[in-house]
Ligand binder design. Sequence first.
Ligand code: ADP
Length: 373
Amino acid sequence: MAELELSHISKWYTDGRKPARLKAIDDISFTVKDKEFMVIVGPSGCGKSTLLRMIAGLEEIGEGTLAMDGKRINGLDPRDRDIAMVFQNYALYPHMTVYDNMAFGLRLKHIRRKEIHERVMETAKMLEMEEVLERKPKTLSGGQRQRVAIGRAIIRRPEVFLFDEPLSNLDAKLRSQMRIELQKLHRTINATMVYVTHDQTEAMTLGTRIAVLNKGRLMQLDTPLHLYNYPDNQFVASFIGSPTMNFLRGSIQKINGYSFVHESSDCRIFLGPMLPPSLVKYLDKPIRLGIRPEHICICEEDTESPDCNLKVVAYENMGNEQFVYLALAQHVLIVRRQPRETITFGQPKGIRFLTEKIIYMDESDGQVIKING
Ligand code: ADP
């Protein structure tokens, strides 16, 4: 059993001259439940590694409490935490064989030779590394090296695993293969895992839950699908999902029932005869609209088209799907749909925005306006 609880954690870095210059982590609180696969995701420099290193004990906690199973561990030495960390650059001993790299930590703990051997063989089997046990790291591929690094963590049987961008040095094909292996590994060893990445695809595919960070602050923490469907703010809405969500600035006006009017074109999107109560106070005020690429349809009939001068300017066929690029004044909107061999450029016959899927954000703070309550 291993539950991690972060309460109001903050961290400042100094540059050697002035104290408290940069707030790298700003009042972050969340709980990683026992056996959960928690992913921490965010752009480079948002504080992911700092947070992970504080959990590992490699970085001092500035303010706040870190607890494991209810016990405060802020000052506990990394060696005394039941935590293993896997780094991006593998951190293997180059002069040792794969076998010795995996056995090293256990030898330091004076575990009996026979048990060490059994554990190495068991771990090697789990990671399909039996064939390379006598090889040195430099003779291995990137994927194999990362597997040794993971093996070295597993063999200690810790309660918590921390991963710091472990797949960043691998090519795209290997990365997707390793994602599946990590999922399987999590099911097999059934441990608590905290995984840091800047890659939203990795976050979406691996995480039981995802903590989205920006500039040292927690933007939202939820399951992958909930983040995708119900982002709390513009940052999460634009960070999660690929291609990214389309955003338009404008205002809601009482035209034809209610319509969204784009700020720099004559484009009007009909929203309906009624306005949800939470949007009423935004009437005629600047507002931001967000819509996912799969929620705009290019159709054959023009009955439901918005009053818009939208033009198809480009498309990409991905095989299983097609991205169509629509120009609207200075903006380009992306539409995702079934692929077709041919496409007509210029103004399409009809375009439909799935209005029930539109989200609205407050222009002042980027917070999503809750439609239902
Ligand atoms: P991420 O892992 O999300 O890329 P980091 O946790 O590495 O972000 O860094 C967060 C912020 O803290 C960045 O602005 C980075 O420059 C700064 N930072 C990280 N480590 C140090 C350090 N040892 N000294 C000073 N600033 C640091």
